[in-house]
Design a protein around this ligand. Structure first.
Ligand SMILES: Nc1ncnc2c1ncn2[C@@H]1O[C@H](COP(=O)(O)OP(=O)(O)OP(=O)(O)O)[C@@H](O)[C@H]1O
Ligand SMILES: [Mg+2]
Length: 407
């Protein structure tokens, strides 16, 4: 059997762990070979708070993906989020080295190195240093200065930092499941690869990945990331509000939200009502569907307003020509686009991972944006692994474990 180049993305989210295994074809196209998707109770607001629960969800999701893909997963590209994510611009300046003043790769490396040399608080670490643009002898807005002529080269970058403890806990949870981590990637940066078009990034776009415990904010201007932040609220916050407001268990509130929830209360018929189970064995009650939608709308409006404030710290949203793209599980909530358009004042669409082959239909939901984006990210960075050439690699895990233990 021919060997294959594969990449694996691992999204450890607040409500679920998902794994996507994809094969990279000869022309770079991606085919999904397997998916693993398991509920996870080990995180709060995007951060690991229970190692054991997280490790077992990771192990189960990896196993499911291995079984579907028929390969052994040794390492992954892993997403990271949480309120501890911070981002800020930085600049670096160098003199061009060559006598003829042609800008070389070495100059680029040096100027980016200069831009990333910033003081970072001791409890944080750098996750990404994303180029925003270059200035050559005062000429701004240059995307690729390689080969140009100049004396002074300036780089503008966006630095993304994360809390070291959050990183360590995430890495520990994954490595305890027997999986190596090739690199960590900011979750919305991965999601962007799955759901944004290059034209949107060029025109300026806001990506909101609204998950269970977090809302990830990412701003692109002229093809580059100019702001990144993570808010500690998401769909779970809405579910908790419903549980309290409707006096029903959290699981029931979650079910009612997914089945009947809407982010625009005025669009729900006045006479529609729902049977809501009571807590502690109390009789179910009939509740107006509009009352329920009102609770959902209030909280989602608040989360979107927080996201808007975050965006406004970096940019005037009106210049984002491609509007806002909503993804993550909560983007599937009825009426989300309408509400986002109203609160943010930007045209909105839902971002669904697309453009993959194989069993990609299984991952064609907004909640898989991060995991799919991670395999795209890995493929683009050349972080692939050759598998399938050895019989051992293709064995189902129970056989492999048995072989490993007995030979
Ligand atoms: N059809 C739907 N309608 C409303 N909400 C939905 C729907 N489907 C999923 N959700 C919500 O999406 C959330 C989960 O989204 P997602 O899987 O993107 O989160 P996560 O990645 O686990 O968490 P996070 O990214 O915040 O750490 C849950 O709160 C769930 O209720
Ligand atoms: Mg998520």
């Amino acid at each position: 059997m021919k060997s294959r180049e594969v990449t694996v993305g691992l999204d450890v989210g607040t409500t679920k762990v998902s794994v996507v295994v994809a094969e990279v074809g000869e022309t770079g196209e991606l085919s999904v070979l397997g998916i693993g998707d398991r509920p996870c109770e080990g995180l709060e607001r995007g951060m690991v708070v229970n190692l054991e629960a997280t490790t077992s969800a990771v192990a189960e999701a990896i196993r499911a993906a291995e079984q579907m893909a028929g390969i052994q997963i040794k390492s992954v590209l892993c997403g990271i989020a949480g309120e501890h994510v911070a981002s800020r611009p930085s600049t670096g300046v160098i003199g061009v080295a060559r006598k003829d003043k042609e800008i070389t790769e070495d100059d680029l490396r040096r100027v980016l190195e200069a831009a990333r040399t910033v003081a970072i608080p001791g409890d944080q670490q750098m996750l990404h240093c994303l180029p925003r643009g270059f200035v050559v002898d005062g000429q701004k807005g240059i995307r690729d200065p390689l080969g140009m002529t100049g004396i002074r080269l300036e780089a503008l970058v966006q630095i993304v930092t994360v809390h070291s403890t959050a990183v360590q806990n995430l890495l520990r949870a994954v490595t305890r499941a027997g999986i190596g981590v090739d690199a960590l990637v900011l979750e919305p940066l991965a999601s962007a690869r799955a759901v944004l078009g290059e034209d949107e990034m060029d025109l300026g776009v806001l990506l909101l990945d609204i998950g269970g415990g977090t809302t990830d904010v990412l701003v692109y201007e002229a093809g580059a990331v100019t702001h990144a932040a993570v808010l500690g609220y998401g769909g779970r916050t809405v579910t908790n509000d419903l549980a309290i407001g409707l006096r029903t268990p959290v699981e029931q509130a979650e079910r009612l939200k997914v089945q009947y929830g809407s982010a625009i209360a005025s669009k729900v018929p006045l006479d529609a009502s729902l049977e809501v189970p009571g807590v502690g064995g109390r009789e179910p009650r009939l509740v107006s569907a509009q009352v329920m939608a009102g609770i959902v709308e209030d909280r989602m409006e608040e989360i979107l307003k927080l996201a808007l404030k975050e965006v406004e710290r970096a940019v005037n949203p009106s210049i984002l020509g491609a509007g806002v793209v909503l993804t993550g599980g909560t983007a599937s909530l009825r009426g989300m686009c309408d509400l986002a358009e109203r609160v943010l004042g930007l045209p909105a669409r839902v971002g669904i991972p697309e453009g993959l082959n194989g069993v990609s239909d299984l991952a064609s939901e907004p909640r898989f944006a991060s995991a799919v984006g991670l395999v795209r990210y890995a493929a683009a960075e050349g972080r692939t692994r050759r598998v399938g050439s050895k019989l051992f690699d293709r064995m189902p895990r129970p056989f492999r474990d048995w072989f490993r233990d007995n030979f």
